[in-house]
Ligand binder design. Structure first.
Ligand code: GCW
Length: 617
């Protein structure tokens, strides 16, 4: 049969041979039993509820039993057992496993009309009209199962640029349906809310968080939600950011706004995830990467206990490479979550093979997982048959879940787990693994090496537009603002002699980034404006190195094509061809990035491009 990638990494053979011994339980227990009965390749296996185990989601697993405090813990144990069964290195499996975070959440940027902001794999599975009745329910269930298999336990169903309508009775009823389908898989529903909702829907004259009518409206609305969805998770809020309403509109702070919602949710144990992705509001005009911390630092310690501040991994916006966001260093008395972007807005969308686990691990090498209480990933899922568009983009969904469960897992290990489960054990696994593990660096090289950032074309953020400038747009949307190329050099001076964004970092990074001699090459032009002839540590001039890296990125993609040719005998025709075609698109795009970007920078550097690699025109 044709292989469309719909089954993701869940490709167990139906065996129907296991005998499962389990206590009475609810729907989750039933799912756990069914999965084992169908797919477990052993004989007797026992599921045991043991209340002495403290972590709800954790489990102990050995050859003939799985033991947990809760039914969902058992289900996680079942998926661990089945995963192990699919892997070649299953001999030392077993032991205790519990998640690092209790909140492991997907953020869907799905709009109520079924479109998805920054989605590249079709329409929303939640709000699209294409799927109806049974097919729709089945799709939502498959979604929940895939998430449960990697430990994801929450879904924010709608876009952070939220329509107030999501809170109307009509939508809440359909949200309840979704919640009922995904609950047995341990997944809680959360919603993004528009801060101006009560006013926009015509119930109040203001959305001021200190106004009694507003506060009461939210209390009633939250009560209504919980009457439909008793285990509702809470709200995600983008306020006073990119045109969204927020507490500033009434002279109030982010804390006033977040706490108002938190108070309404607290009696039900709900939470508020309040985003720090703000710029162009209170600190308009300041270096954009400094604004989030400057807006939030005075509020440290002022948020309710059920508020979590959610920040992107980098201080700008999901670029192929950014230094970590220093807000994680500074908010010592505020609960924090990291927001990763699984959907590849700035990394080739669903056309480029870019495995993002290495980027997320890089973040964790600077920000200790211990600083966080949860983790969110902006989903790459749509109603395309293969869920994510690019067959390899499924690996990013998988990796996000695995890292949310255990951020100490290596990108390498996760890649190999995914490859074996997705393509079987005969494939040229090590070459494919290398391709995945080097793919993000390749993308950085052919798009924006050495700390360059936001050279993207306006609006869609796909291809290059380093010369981009539009007077009618905020300057922070214009690429020229970020690279600052001129006849002297290139880069954004954020050192202590420039905008002093380095001052937001903890030592040793503050000094390391501040000093041109010690600033790592990967972040050089993020923190410094550097002369074209500046000699880098490897002896090359900045200009030559820049050219070399664009070429290196292209060479990498050429090497991916070779690896994929070798994989042909081991992959079904449909998935193989799809990736094959996309790698050619990626190569063409990489060359376009080089030609356009170097061509443009050359008008400032006035130096020749010396590189001429064989096989790369
Ligand atoms: O990455 C940018 C995107 C916007 C997005 C915004 C955000 C949802 O270009 O599409 O809006 O960030 O994270 O709020």
């Amino acid at each position: 049969t044709a292989e469309d990638g719909h089954n993701l990494w869940l490709r167990y053979e139906t065996l129907n041979k296991a005998h499962v011994i389990a206590p009475q339980g609810g729907k989750t227990m039933q799912i756990a039993i069914e999965e084992l009965k169908k797919y477990w390749n052993g004989k007797d296996i026992k599921l045991v509820i043991d209340k002495r185990l403290k972590n709800d989601d954790g489990f102990i697993y050995d050859a003939d039993s799985i033991c947990s405090h809760s039914e969902i813990g058992l289900l996680y144990g079942v998926y661990e057992a089945l995963r192990t069964q699919q892997l070649s290195t299953n001999s030392n499996a077993g032991g205790y496993s519990a998640p690092k975070y209790s909140r492991r959440i997907l953020n869907h940027w799905d709009n109520l009309d079924g479109s998805i902001e920054r989605g590249y794999a079709g329409k929303s599975i939640f709000f699209s009209s294409k799927l109806k009745g049974y097919d729709w329910e089945k799709r939502i269930m498959e979604y929940a199962r895939a998430n449960a298999s990697i430990g994801i336990n929450g879904s924010v169903l709608n876009n952070v640029n939220a329509s107030p309508k999501i809170l109307t009775k009509e939508y809440l009823d359909s949200i309840k349906n979704i919640a009922d389908i995904i609950r047995p898989y341990g997944i809680k529903v959360y919603l993004s809310v528009n801060f101006g909702s009560p006013m926009a829907l015509g119930y109040t004259k203001t959305a001021d968080p200190l106004d009694v009518t507003v506060r009461n409206w939210w209390i009633n609305k939250v009560n209504e939600i919980y009457s439909l969805i008793p285990d509702f998770g809470g709200f995600l809020v983008k306020a006073n950011s990119e045109g969204q309403p927020g507490p500033f509109d009434y002279g109030r702070t982010h804390a006033d706004g977040a706490n108002m919602l938190a108070d309404a949710l607290a009696p039900h144990k709900g939470i508020v995830m309040w985003r720090s992705f703000v710029y162009g509001a209170k600190h308009k005009g300041e270096d954009r990467v400094k604004q989030a911390l400057n807006e939030f630092k005075d509020l440290d310690g002022k948020f309710r206990n059920n508020v979590i501040l959610q920040s992107k991994n980098g201080p700008l916006d999901f670029q192929p490479r950014e230094p970590y966001a220093p807000i994680f260093d500074n908010m010592k008395h505020t609960k924090q979550m990291a927001e990763f972007q699984i959907t590849q807005e700035y990394t080739g969308q669903s056309k480029h093979l870019v495995y993002l686990a290495t980027m997320w691990k890089e973040f964790f090498s600077f920000v200790s997982p211990d600083c966080l209480v949860g983790i969110a990933g902006v989903s790459n899922i749509g109603d395309d048959t293969n869920w994510c568009g690019h067959p390899f983009s499924q690996a990013n969904w998988y990796a996000f879940g695995r890292l949310a469960w255990d951020p100490s897992l290596s990108a390498d290990l996760i890649a190999h787990e995914w490859i074996q489960q997705t393509f079987g054990q005969n494939i040229n696994e090590y070459a494919i693994g290398d391709m995945m593990l080097t793919s993000r660096e390749a993308c950085v090289d052919y798009m924006m090496p050495l700390g360059l950032h936001h050279l993207f074309a306006f609006d869609h953020h796909y291809g290059p537009q380093p010369d981009g400038y539009k007077a009618e747009y905020p300057i922070e949307w214009c690429p020229v603002y970020y690279h600052k190329a001129d006849k002297n050099g290139i880069g954004f001076d954020r050192s202590s002699k420039g905008t002093n964004a380095v001052s937001q970092y903890r030592e040793p990074y503050r000094s390391m980034f501040d000093n041109l001699q010690t600033c790592p090459d990967e972040y050089l032009l993020w923190f410094h404006h550097v002369p074209w002839d500046y000699k880098l540590r490897n002896g090359d001039t900045l200009w030559d190195e820049l050219c070399g890296l664009y070429y290196r990125g292209i060479e990498q993609v050429v090497s991916f094509q070779k690896i994929w040719q070798d994989a042909q005998p081991y992959v079904d025709e449909e998935r193989w061809s799809k990736v094959n075609v996309l790698l050619q698109v990626q190569l063409d795009n990489a060359k376009e990035w080089r030609n356009y970007t170097l061509g443009y920078f050359q008008t400032f550097s006035k130096q020749p491009i010396k590189y001429d690699f064989t096989g790369v025109s």
